[in-house]
Design a protein around this ligand. Structure first.
Ligand code: NAD
Length: 292
């Protein structure tokens, strides 16, 4: 029985608990990593962190810790904020050739002298565990996904686990970034949802959102989605992570108001975030399995 948060008398929605699902995924992966390691293949992730963006540092630390807990080897390459593009590309090329490295992750954003597109396109597609390389994005567009971006993959796993019906459902994705909105829209389309993508220039956002059976917010604006933008019984997925002035985390959805109307909803924190890391590990293990 899924937990139901006590948010007052109106609270109706089922909570989609990403933390607990991610723990299940990680525990299954841990067993697979053990089995692979016994056959002499220890999955390995190389993480490149350039510069000293504090948020990036936290994200990288969480990813490295998750690797350790799952038995995936992680090598962290910390480069100064002044690193040249050529030096960073050289590092990526060396990791492409290293057979002990199955996944390469370059933490974004990069220092301004470096073109992120050039860096991401240099990663070997088979080691592109973030799924950002054009070869992997193209495979997704063609309906033959290989490495899929971790946050969209995590959202799909949550929906699948919750038994949310997607065939013929209207899915509205707010946000069109290459790392969340666009790939997620394609994955939903592949599951036969009718997909609408909204962005900063979209008019009538409220009405569009209200027509959604599955509503995804991936914008980066606290409480952009209000209760009156949610169709009764809809599934609401909140990808947003926003730090408020009091230091607390908040999603893009007004959780209490939306939960009073929705059929199911992800919390922030504890919803999509943990699934993103679980999918990163899964991509890494899959890459190791494919390269053996
Ligand atoms: P982004 O800035 O690249 O894209 C934001 C998108 O929102 C853009 O497409 C923009 O057009 C759209 N947008 C902006 N204002 C809007 C408005 N008023 N109405 C409708 N659309 C609007 O951001 P991103 O990288 O896709 O991340 C989005 C959010 O998701 C951020 O809060 C980020 O921190 C979070 N995020 C969370 C995870 C996770 O693991 N939980 C992973 C990645 C991103």
């Amino acid at each position: 029985m899924a937990p139901v948060l006590d948010c007052g008398p109106l609270m109706a929605a089922r909570i989609l608990d990403g933390k607990s699902l991610a723990a299940q995924v990680r525990s299954a992966l841990k067993k697979e990593v053990e089995a692979l390691s016994q056959r002499g293949i220890r999955p390995g992730l190389a993480v490149i962190l350039a510069g000293d963006n504090p948020a990036s540092r936290v994200y990288v630390r969480n990813k490295v810790r998750a690797c350790e807990e799952t038995g995936v080897r992680s090598d962290l390459y910390e480069l100064p904020a002044t690193v040249s593009e050529a030096a960073l590309l050289d590092r990526v090329l060396a990791l492409n050739d290293d057979s002990a490295v199955h996944g390469i992750l370059v933490q974004l954003p990069l220092p301004k002298q470096i073109d992120p597109h050039r860096v991401l396109e240099t990663i070997a597609p088979a080691k592109d565990v973030d799924g950002f390389h054009e070869a992997n994005l193209g495979a997704l567009v063609a309906g033959e996904p290989r490495m899929v971006a971790c946050t969209p993959a995590g959202v799909m796993r949550l929906l699948e686990h919750a038994g949310v019906a997607l065939g013929g459902a209207h899915a509205v994705v707010i946000g069109r970034s290459n790392i969340v909105g666009k790939p997620l829209a394609l994955l939903l389309l592949q599951k036969d949802a009718t997909v609408t993508i909204c962005h900063s220039k979209s008019g009538g956002l409220g009405a569009l959102a209200r027509s959604a059976d599955v509503l995804v917010a991936a914008v980066g604006r606290p409480k952009l989605v209000t209760g009156d933008m949610v169709k009764p019984g809809a599934c609401v997925i909140d990808v947003g992570v926003n730090r408020l002035s009091d230091g607390s985390l908040c999603g893009d959805v007004d959780f209490a108001a939306a939960a009073a109307v929705a059929g199911s909803i992800t919390p922030v924190p504890g919803g999509v975030g943990p699934m993103t890391i679980a999918m990163l590990l899964e991509n890494c293990v899959r890459a190791a399995r494919a390269m053996r």
